[in-house]
Design a binder for this molecule. Structure first.
Ligand SMILES: [Zn+2]
Ligand SMILES: [Zn+2]
Length: 724
């Protein structure tokens, strides 16, 4: 009998598992990698074997499908693992996962040869994507290539009963990479993690290299100094906590949040802060904070030595630039101490970030541990997609699958476009994708990744396809849920609209073949364009001018300048900007110091608010009059939290109503929610209640980020449909 098994089955200890089970069952036969699949040939065994394989899958493996072929095995007695054949590309590229409990046990056992060794890993755990340069997954194509295994490691690699049987990156203190401490101009190779912990404890700011990148870190006590040193006054920092118990002491995570925190991918999870938990300054003015658990061996060792249960952590980069890769560059940051190692980072991957809504994850950033997972693509062609301008992740469609790159960053920084280019090229190499049928990008004329789009188009002989920003959001939601069409509320900061205005409060009747804008918020001028995004008082000024309210936020001279701008500034229909304005009116935030700040700070107010009666919103010709509603509510005597809730719920409800009406006319059953504003739990709650109240089904993001990190997936899906 022959089994052909598809899925994430290579580089994850799959063949050794089959070997163990087949030997246990006394079967003759063999197992081999074949392309991206695993083929098992046995004499007899049949369904019992398959059932046991499925029951005893290694933790990192996942099976998508199995073909059963009735074909007799004729070969030697016993069961063997055949070496990889060339051309084993594509398919399941394994992701990085946290060091497993068995490896941790070895690391903490003084009698074990891997005692205290931070690079301990096995077929069940460790770095994969970040240290693979090519497929098939063999040591020569990993960052372990310069470290030939010692005799002991070779022995483990060759023993079918060992956890490290065929583990490509098997290593130990004798043969593997090593950490060193750089501090005060000196290098120290003896007990570097211990000394680094002591330095952090004494108030130092450190840089620690792990698998796919480097973190700047400090103790909670040194956070004020870190903020000053890193020139980051308000923007939240993530906090790594020692374990789940520590997470419960610092915060109030739900069951689903605890599960996400402890998952093998170890993402940063936004969780509610605990009063008096001591994390107020990690995310000033916000009710939640990003926590994550150690995933690399070094981080476990560090906590063991540190004597504290929390460390502030952030990707080591020059603000806005991609995370740093090499030891030389990172020194320019000017930290007090560096914990570095001699293993190259072949692929950077920032930490993934998610929040849990209604028991399920919404990805804010899909990166380490989740890259390069894939989903079924709506076509067979080969496509590259470049995303938007902020929070870029690229996407590649090939062979009926749609892959997203790791988080890349904001394209207005120089290094980011090179990183995007490299990441797309790397995925293409792993997938063996030679020809490109289409290149997709945003239609915004000012986005800096268009140059890359044009170059990639020229290289591949195709004209880049420009995709409207919110349609791409809607398409990413459709692909995420494998649904053909829906009426989608695309709610975000802004994206370039068909009419040249900045859209962002849109109701789009969408499929992958086209879309129709059936509703939107009333546009108001962004006084001075981008300036109004940072100085939010300008949003309020425009809204007040339009509704005849008085505005005292500027002196006479500035007011006169703004009055002139009223007639010649680009207009926006963005819900994100309305929420920014609300945030300013209500004294929550008047000047944005980081992306999303006003809306995030508004969230805690929204969570406490109630909807006041007597306020309605006028809709005419598909336009929701947000401006008049804002004026009326601001003139009322409501509590600030109720003002916030009333405005947001009136607007979201009326957009849902337009979506439902349009969907029903078209015979569709789904109303979707996408765009960065849809991370807001109050917005989700309001929309969900209204959608379900009207008997429709809510479509939410599950794998693809709601925000601009998901745009490339939508672009790729649309381009795929066009080119096929
Ligand atoms: Zn392990
Ligand atoms: Zn070794």
């Amino acid at each position: 009998m022959r089994l052909v098994i598809h899925g994430v089955v290579q580089g994850v200890g799959f063949r050794p598992t089959v070997h163990r089970i087949a030997t246990d069952m006394g079967l003759d036969g063999r197992v081999r990698n074949d392309g991206g699949r695993v083929v098992v040939e046995v004499d007899g065994g049949h369904r019992d074997l398959l059932q046991r394989i499925m029951e005893e899958l290694p933790p990192l493996a996942s099976v998508e499908s199995v073909e059963l072929i009735d074909k007799d095995y004729r070969g030697p007695k016993g069961f063997s693992i055949m070496p990889s054949s060339a051309g084993a590309k594509g398919a399941g590229i394994p992701v990085d996962t946290a060091v497993c409990p068995s490896c941790l046990e070895e690391m903490s056992d003084p009698d074990d040869r891997r005692y205290g060794y931070p690079f301990t890993s096995c077929t069940d755990c460790g770095a994969r994507f970040t240290l693979i340069s090519d497929l098939p997954y063999d040591r020569a194509a990993t960052a372990l290539d310069p470290f030939p295994p010692c005799e002991d490691c070779r022995g483990e690699y060759a023993s079918p009963g060992d956890r490290r049987f065929h583990h490509q990156t098997v290593c130990c203190p004798r043969c593997g990479p090593r950490y060193r401490l750089v501090h005060g101009g000196e290098e120290q190779r003896d007990r570097p993690v211990q000394s680094f912990a002591a330095l952090l404890r004494s108030g130092c700011i450190g840089v620690a290299k792990s698998w796919g990148g480097m973190h700047i870190c400090s103790t909670l006590g040194s956070l004020p100094r870190l903020r000053e040193w890193y020139r980051r006054e308000e923007k939240p920092f993530a906090v790594m906590v020692k374990d789940l118990d520590a997470a419960r002491r610092f915060a109030d995570p739900s069951e689903a949040e605890l599960e996400a925190l402890g998952s093998a991918q170890r993402p940063i999870v936004l969780v509610p802060k605990r009063e008096g938990g001591g994390l107020d300054q990690a995310s000033p003015g916000l009710d939640n904070v990003g926590l994550f658990l150690p995933y690399a061996g070094m981080q476990h060792l560090l906590f063991k030595e540190l004597g504290e249960d929390a460390l502030v952590m952030t990707s080591a980069n020059v603000p806005g630039e991609p995370m740093m890769l090499d030891d030389g560059n990172v020194m320019s940051l000017g930290a007090d101490a560096y914990l570095l190692h001699d293993q190259r980072i072949l692929n950077r991957a920032d930490d993934s970030v998610l929040r849990v809504y209604d028991g399920e994850a919404m990805f804010i950033r899909r990166s380490r541990g989740h890259t390069p997972a894939w989903m079924p693509a709506p076509g067979e062609g080969s496509v590259l997609a470049l995303g938007a301008q902020e929070n870029i992740a690229g996407a590649v469609a090939h062979g009926g699958r749609l892959y997203s790159t790791q988080h890349i960053g904001d394209a207005d920084h120089i290094g980011v476009l090179d990183y995007l280019d490299d990441s797309l090229a790397h995925l293409r190499r792993l997938l063996d994708m030679e020809n490109v049928d289409a290149v997709a990008m945003d239609m915004h004329p000012g986005y800096s990744n268009r140059r890359l789009g044009r170059r990639l188009g020229e290289e591949n002989g195709v004209e880049p396809l420009e995709v409207q920003h919110h349609w791409a959001h809607a398409a990413s939601l459709l692909v995420d849920n494998q649904v053909d069409a829906a009426a989608v509320l695309a709610l975000d900061g802004s994206g370039y609209g068909d009419d040249g205005k900045a859209w962002g409060g849109e109701v789009l009747l969408s499929s992958l073949d086209g879309y129709r804008r059936v509703g939107h918020l009333r546009p108001f001028p962004l006084l001075g364009g981008e300036k109004a995004v940072h100085d939010i008082r300008r949003l309020c000024y425009a809204i007040d001018r339009m509704s005849g309210r008085e505005n005292n936020m500027f002196d006479d001279k500035d007011s006169r300048v703004l009055d002139i701008m009223m007639g010649n500034s680009v207009e926006t229909s963005s819900l994100g900007r309305v929420m920014d304005a609300l945030s300013c009116y209500l004294g929550v935030c008047g000047r944005r110091s980081y992306d999303g700040e006003p809306a995030m700070k508004l969230e805690s107010l929204l969570d406490r608010g109630m909807r006041a009666q007597g306020f309605g919103v006028t809709v005419s010709g598909g336009e929701v009059d947000s401006v008049s509603l804002l004026a009326a509510v601001m003139d009322s005597a409501l509590r600030p939290e109720d003002k916030a809730y009333t405005v947001v719920s009136c607007l979201v409800d009326s957009m849902v109503d337009m979506a439902v009406d349009a969907a029903q006319r078209e015979g569709l059953e789904h109303i979707g929610l996408s765009g960065g504003v849809s991370y807001n739990s109050a917005v989700c709650d309001i929309a969900r209640r209204r959608i379900e109240g009207r008997g429709m089904k809510l479509l939410r993001h599950r794998r693809v980020p709601n925000g601009d990190g998901g745009v490339a997936v939508g672009q790729a899906a649309i381009a795929l449909r066009r080119s096929g």
